[in-house]
Write a protein that binds this ligand. Structure first.
Ligand code: KL2
Length: 570
């Protein structure tokens, strides 16, 4: 509940659906009381111009596209702050707004924003409660997150929201599989092991939130302010205390100024890869520096100037991390990515994935064609059971005759769509259908072949391997931490939920040990495997809408975090 003297102010924040301004109910955002020109006391950064250089590459603000989600320089109502740190030395929350561009190349962006969007609407627009009902749980109510047994537990009472519903934190349970790796007398098989936890979390960049504001019509506007969301996100990261964080949609200025310093204060080392082009977000991998040392960091760009298919600015990041407490152990390869969103462009998603797999192959190979343990996290913008998801899990994909929109499974209708070309990406990318880089020797030899001989060879190859050409393979045996449906009800698990969609698009894949609970048939032949010790359960769409969908008062992204704990045995 807002304090009485602020209730009238609060009502201005509850904007009407579809209204251009996030901060008031005026039809014209330039009349908004929070707009700089109308509120000379507030000191906002410039609305148009260039991003200051110290925040990385300068980005043009496109001020006539949409207004930034203006918020007061400091959050106006302390009582609405999601979390007030008792020891705030690690929390860096100074914030400001910026503007940017969307996911598509510029010429396509308009079309994409006009309805090239996600499938059918799953949930009706909500009407907002009267301002007097506008309140969030007190700071003590926002705790109660389930925490894996072996991270420092911060388990408090069960959290409930204003309507008495259990909050997301209270509904998510830690599912423990560790007992499956002991013999009947409870003794572990291996004498030495290394346990660690991994979180994958798309934290919803403020820029993308503002670019796709219609997806958040169901949210009360103050909950969408970055100054409101950031402490919630940091609290979640702090309380789960994962050893490795794979974050997506990390806006570069927020990363540099707030997220990185906050995580460093919690004992993490952080690596970041910004998207190419003018996009202001990127992927980060942060790891506990007392647990791992960094062997190698490989930022991965999917954009290729001379390849029309690869004209998007998505990226990935691959790290090789050495367990510090166990020097003889092989390093662990951790990859993080956010693949293209566009539901119709499965061809681009597959090519982006192939580049990432080729990079992993290059860095994770140890000896005799074997690989070190691999963790592949991220937002793949593809649903469980889709061809892209199956390709990751099964290691091969026969795509002959497949329409490009079918690849990610985000949409049901594929009418009028192209089928995937064979091969999907041109040879000039230098990546084979096995998702590995062509070796330099191979390239040189090919260059030395006479033109006629080369043509003859290619014709022969085409003849013989027509079948193989329309199939992709990769070398890893990857299992998914999550099952994607709840076994008792058959309901799908949801990782992202907003007013237009509620699906799984986020995953933690890992190379499973032979005796792992979810090992693939034939797994761990090429990889040193990991055992899944436990995971933080996901929720159903119904669960999420019962707490107002995402983002809400306590969960400030439109994705849930994914969390798993692994064991590496000697
Ligand atoms: O689905 V996402 O949200 O993993 O949560 O990934 C993309 C989308 C992200 C990066 O491009 O921005 C969101 N309709 C809905 N969401 C969109 C759109 C769109 N047209 N464009 C980008 N995103």
């Amino acid at each position: 509940m807002l304090p009485r003297h602020l209730q009238s102010v609060g009502s201005r924040y509850i904007a009407r659906a579809g209204h251009p301004c996030f901060s008031c109910t005026s039809r014209d955002f330039s009349r908004c009381p929070w707009w700089t020109a109308h509120c000379p006391q507030t000191l906002y950064p410039p609305i148009s111009g260039w991003r200051p250089r110290e925040y990385g590459r300068p980005y043009p603000f496109i001020s006539n596209q949409r207004p930034a989600l203006l918020e007061p320089p400091s959050f106006p109502w302390p009582s609405l702050l999601p979390w007030i740190p008792s020891q705030s030395s690690w929390l860096h929350t100074s914030g400001y707004n910026m503007d940017s561009t969307g996911d598509e190349p510029y010429r396509k962006r308009r079309k994409s924003q006009e309805g090239d969007g996600q499938g059918k609407k799953l949930w009706p627009k909500r009407s907002y409660p009267p301002s007097s009902d506008f309140s969030v749980p007190s700071t003590t109510d926002t705790s109660g997150l389930p925490v894996p047994a072996s991270t420092q537990p911060v388990v408090k009472g069960e959290a409930s929201d204003v309507t008495g519903q259990l909050s997301i934190a209270a509904r998510r349970k830690w599912e423990d599989f560790s007992h499956l790796y002991s013999n009947s007398s409870g003794i572990r098989w291996a004498r030495r092991w290394f346990d660690f936890s991994v979180m994958s979390y798309n934290i919803l960049s403020q820029d993308l939130l503002e670019d796709n504001s219609s997806l958040y019509d169901h949210c009360r506007r103050p909950l969408l302010f970055w100054n409101y969301r950031l402490p919630n996100i940091l609290r979640e990261l702090r309380e789960f205390n994962a050893d490795i964080l794979c974050l997506q949609e990390v806006q570069e200025d927020h990363y540099q100024q707030q997220i990185k310093p906050s995580l460093e204060a919690l004992g993490y080392s952080c690596e970041y890869k910004s998207r190419t082009g003018s996009k202001p977000d990127g992927c980060a991998i942060c790891f506990k520096s007392d647990k791992f040392s960094l062997v190698l960091a490989k930022p991965v760009e999917y954009f290729r100037r001379n390849i029309a298919l690869l004209d998007r600015d998505n990226v990935g990041l691959v790290l090789m991390l050495q367990p510090k407490t166990w020097k003889e152990a092989t390093a662990i390869c951790v990859a993080n990515t956010h693949l293209l969103y566009n539901p119709r462009r499965g061809d681009i998603k597959l090519a982006q994935l192939a580049i990432l797999l080729a990079e992993i192959t290059r860095v994770a190979q140890v000896q005799d064609g074997k690989f070190c343990p691999i963790i592949l996290c991220g937002d793949f913008n593809s649903v469980p059971g889709s061809p892209l998801h199956k390709f990751i899990k099964e290691g091969s994909l026969d795509y002959e005759g497949m329409t490009i929109g079918k690849v990610s499974g985000q949409e049901q209708s594929y009418r009028g769509q192209r089928i995937l070309s064979i091969p999907i990406w041109p040879k000039s990318l230098g990546i084979t259908q096995q998702c590995v880089y062509e070796s330099r020797e191979e390239k040189r030899e090919e260059g030395e072949l006479k033109e006629a001989a080369r043509k003859q060879m290619e014709a022969q190859r085409e003849e013989v391997s027509k079948g193989d050409e329309s199939s992709l393979q990769h070398h890893f045996c990857l299992s998914s931490v999550y099952s994607h449906v709840f076994p008792d009800t058959g309901m799908p698990e949801i990782t992202t939920c907003h007013s237009k969609s509620a699906i799984t698009v986020d995953y933690i894949f890992y190379s499973a040990a032979r005796n792992d609970v979810f090992s693939q048939p034939g797994g761990a032949v090429h990889c040193n495997g990991l055992q899944l010790l436990g995971r933080l359960s996901l929720l159903t769409e119904r669960d999420l809408w019962s707490v107002n969908g995402l983002p809400n008062e306590t969960n400030s992204s439109d994705h849930l975090s994914l969390l798993a704990r692994f064991r590496l045995e000697l």
